[in-house]
Design a binder for this molecule. Structure first.
Ligand SMILES: Cc1ncc(COP(=O)(O)O)c(C=O)c1O
Length: 427
């Protein structure tokens, strides 16, 4: 008899952001308009890509070089450009990937299998799934506390690190997805201190660093890391409305300070050598886009737009006792947690669309978590497609929406519908 094909950890690899879409598409086939609040795609929400960006790209598209592969580490010109913007790194500290998920997979896959990473709860699931499938066992997390503006529980972090010698790095996502927190210098320095005290490495996912509402809130790993070996993750897909550019890189700090870390980075490079890098076009235009005089202005305008929407959402949702809304400190999402002692978890909304029932109910019965049921009921009753926080390995019940809707009237309509729906679950 043939051996089982499945990886022991295959059940952990779910992607709720897209799973709920299959149900939403069924509902759409009944001629309902779906309000897509599950994923960051500004283009789907009619955000305009500025003409100056399109001009740079269309000029590049006429050059043959952008149709070829590029070197494993990335185009030299682009790495030199990035290094020129920060005197603390050289181009040899930069390594490009086809997309950031590719970087994440490689950095976990190249770790010794019993070396563990402690990561935040909730966490962006590409990290948590990659770590789980690397280690073949359940995760080790430190809590981000919604009662303390989503700040990390530093005591829990230190205790877990202290009593678990297998932990080799601390992962910090800053600005964070899915809490929309931006951590203060003080908090980050405390994490650096813990890493130093227990000889750990630091990995910071900083892909959203340019999107903080307040410039002063931006504290980067490179500015606080001291002599600790570490990695920062960056990309261009979101500070431009260009999700498909699929282009991320890592910056490696203090590689020379630890021989073991140096060998680990070299193993990541070797695993990259097994394939070619393909995102030549976005890499090629990156320096010209970042250097264009319109870049900073257009980023500022976009950030302001998202911040205004966060203010609108706060006005509509803030006074509902059944939820907690911690206002985002950066760009384009909003997470809402439930005050579970005020929620009637067993409420079944009255939904008359019986023909849709069979598509949704399958997902409802599978789930033990309230927030997942809530999101599927919300979709079923209001056609608003959101993502439950449980999908982000969150022990807090809640859900995430975007701040992308360009039509203000529609945006307010969506929020009012959500508010009405939450109130149905009042105890
Ligand atoms: C914090 C964070 N890290 C990594 C990624 C993954 O990036 P990619 O879509 O390039 O794989 C995302 C995607 O949204 C993210 O939010």
């Amino acid at each position: 008899m043939r051996k089982n094909l499945l990886h022991i950890w295959h059940n952990e690899l779910s992607y709720e952001i897209r799973e709920i879409v299959s149900v939403a598409l069924k509902i759409q086939s009944f001629w309902k308009e779906i309000f897509w609040e599950n994923i960051w795609d500004p283009i789907a929400k009619w955000e305009k890509v500025p003409d100056w960006v399109k001009n740079i790209i269309s000029k590049a598209v006429k050059k043959d070089i952008v149709y070829g592969y590029c070197p494993t580490r990335w185009l030299d010109k682009t790495r030199e450009y990035i290094a020129s913007t920060n005197p603390k790194i050289t181009k040899d500290n930069i390594l490009f990937f086809n997309w950031l998920g590719d970087a994440i997979n490689k950095i976990y896959r190249n770790l010794a299998f019993d070396s563990r990473v402690i990561w935040p709860n909730p966490a962006y699931s590409t990290h948590s799934s990659a770590e789980a499938s690397h280690a073949w066992t359940s995760h080790i997390t430190y809590s981000l506390n919604p009662d303390d503006n989503w700040n990390p529980d530093l005591e829990e972090l230190e205790n877990k690190v202290k009593y678990n010698p297998n932990i080799v790095w601390i992962l910090v996502v800053n600005p964070d997805n899915p809490t929309w927190a931006v951590f203060s210098r003080e908090i980050l320095l405390s994490i650096v201190d813990i890493a130093k005290k227990y000889s750990l490495f630091l990995v910071f996912d900083e892909i959203y660093e340019k999107l903080t509402y307040e410039e002063k809130d931006r504290v980067l790993l490179i500015d606080i890391i001291w002599d600790i070996p570490g990695i920062s993750m960056k990309w261009i897909s979101k500070d431009l409305p260009w999700p498909w550019s699929r282009c991320g890189w890592i910056e490696v700090y203090n590689e020379d300070k630890d021989e073991n870390f140096k060998q680990y980075i070299s193993s990541i490079l070797s695993s990259k050598m097994l394939e070619v890098c393909s995102t030549t076009l976005p890499q090629y235009v990156l320096p010209e886009i970042y250097e264009n005089k319109n870049y900073k202005l257009s980023l500022k305008e976009r950030i302001l737009k998202y911040k205004t929407r966060a203010d609108i959402a706060e006005k509509i949702l803030l006074w509902i006792d059944e939820i907690k809304l911690i206002k985002p400190k950066w760009a384009f999402y909003l997470s809402i947690t439930f005050n579970m002692d005020m929620i009637n978890m067993y409420h079944i909304p009255n939904i008359k669309e019986y023909d849709i029932e069979k598509y949704v109910s399958e997902f409802l019965w599978k789930s033990t978590r309230f927030d997942k049921k809530f999101c599927y009921y919300l979709l079923w009753k209001t056609w608003i497609c959101t993502v439950p926080l449980s999908w982000f390995n969150s022990s807090f019940e809640g859900f995430r929406i975007t701040l992308l809707e360009e039509d203000e009237y529609k945006f307010k309509f969506i929020l009012e519908k959500i508010k009405e729906f939450i109130l149905e679950f009042k105890k």
